[in-house]
Design a protein around this ligand. Structure first.
Ligand code: ADP
Length: 371
């Protein structure tokens, strides 16, 4: 970095040079004022000297006193002008440093008051510029968090409204005698209540996951032991729907360093989605293999697939490709958000791929191996 660039990017060097500038200006002004004022003061001294020599008595003391007075006067006038010049230069340099700090103070007060749109100008490339940049990044992050918070509240309200209005409608119809008080009516209410419970449970999971409060009980678990519980739990549902479930997990796979309960939760979500979005007669396959230092698990289906414009969003909270179908199927649209957070908490990755609508999808999990 050349010296000019280094000077521009370092507040320390700027302060050092501003002090140097103030001192240099003070010395220059002091010297020139002293030079300028010397002839006036000394001429007066020479006049007084001639006067003293004419009168004779106490000539030496008078000459000494008048010389001192002349020197003091020169110093006093020069110092006064030099101080004035230093003050002007200091005000200018201090303002350059203080102004950005003041705008940051004002900005942070706005942010503390809930106005997250505030940004501060980035005028320099030094530490103050870096501070302004971090400040703006922090404001941006806060603004996005606030935006997400508002969206979340809106989404939760929206999700609660549907089952609640369905329960209310059924109850009103029961009271009015429009619906018979039979088990079918009560089952439909029970179904909606179960949906509400699932939603509340998912929301609790989501808030824990987003707050980074997921407690993991990690241990070395073999690939087969990791995958079997989810597969065995869902196999009857695959058979009921008529979707083939193929599992290819070599017993020789190394162990992964995971919380098996949490990974089962993720696999239940992925297999459950694959089952939900694959029509009868379709096929779902689960494969696991080792890649470098990770265990990869892929859930592939021959179902409805995901179009590219949706693929980027399906891990967002409450995102559903087909809003009406998923809601009817009981999905809250936060299963994948929680799954991704759980895998990330393990230091792994979860991603999706699909060749397009009607052409199936593949969800892949990558997990760290046990040492
Ligand atoms: P949901 O509870 O609605 O299934 P998820 O977060 O698990 O919520 O999934 C989000 C959305 O991603 C689903 O609503 C669906 O549109 C899409 N999706 C997830 N898995 C699949 C899949 N295997 N095939 C097609 N679309 C899928």
């Amino acid at each position: 970095m050349n010296p000019m660039a280094r000077l521009r990017s370092s507040l320390g060097w700027k302060l050092f040079f501003s002090y140097l500038l103030v001192v240099t200006v003070a010395v220059a002004v002091l010297t020139s004022t002293a030079n300028f004022h010397t002839s006036t003061a000394l001429n007066r001294h020479i006049d007084e000297m001639q006067e003293a020599l004419l009168h004779g008595a106490h000539a030496a003391e008078d000459l000494d006193a008048s010389l001192h007075a002349a020197l003091n006067e020169i110093i006093a006038v020069a110092a006064l002008v030099a101080i004035l010049a230093s003050v002007i230069v200091s005000v200018f340099t201090v303002r350059r440093i203080v102004t950005p700090l003041q705008s940051m103070i004002a900005g942070s007060q706005h942010i503390a008051g809930g106005d997250y749109h505030q940004r501060v100008p980035m005028e320099s490339r030094d530490e103050l510029g870096a501070l302004a940049l971090s400040f703006n990044q922090m404001a941006e992050a806060l603004e996005q968090t606030d935006q997400r918070r508002l969206e979340l509240i809106g989404n939760v309200a929206h999700e609660l409204r549907t089952p609640l209005s369905s329960i209310r409608g059924t109850m009103e119809a029961l009271v009015d005698g429009v619906l018979p008080p039979d088990s079918a009516t009560f089952l439909s209410v029970q179904h909606e209540v179960a949906r509400l419970q699932r939603l509340v449970h998912d929301l609790e999971e989501l808030s824990r996951a987003e707050a980074g409060q997921i407690l993991l009980h990690r241990r070395a678990v073999s690939g087969v032991d990791l995958i079997s519980p989810a597969v065995e739990r869902l196999r009857p549902q695959f058979e009921d729907k008529g979707v083939a479930l193929g599992v290819d997990v070599p017993p020789s796979l190394p162990a992964a360093w995971v919380d098996p309960g949490r990974i089962t939760q993720v696999l239940l979500n992925l297999l459950g989605n694959a089952l939900q979005y694959t029509p009868a007669g379709g096929q779902v396959s689960l494969r696991a293999w080792r890649e470098d230092n990770s265990l990869q698990i892929a859930v592939q289906d021959t179902g409805i697939g995901i179009e590219p414009e949706h693929l980027a969003h399906i891990f967002e909270r409450f995102y559903r490709v087909d809003k009406s179908r998923s809601r009817a199927g009981g999905g809250s649209g936060i299963g994948l958000t929680i799954s991704r957070r759980l895998i990330e908490a393990h230091g792994g990755r979860l991603w999706a791929a699909s060749p397009g609508a009607g052409r199936g999808s593949t969800f892949t999990v990558s997990l760290p191996l046990a040492a």
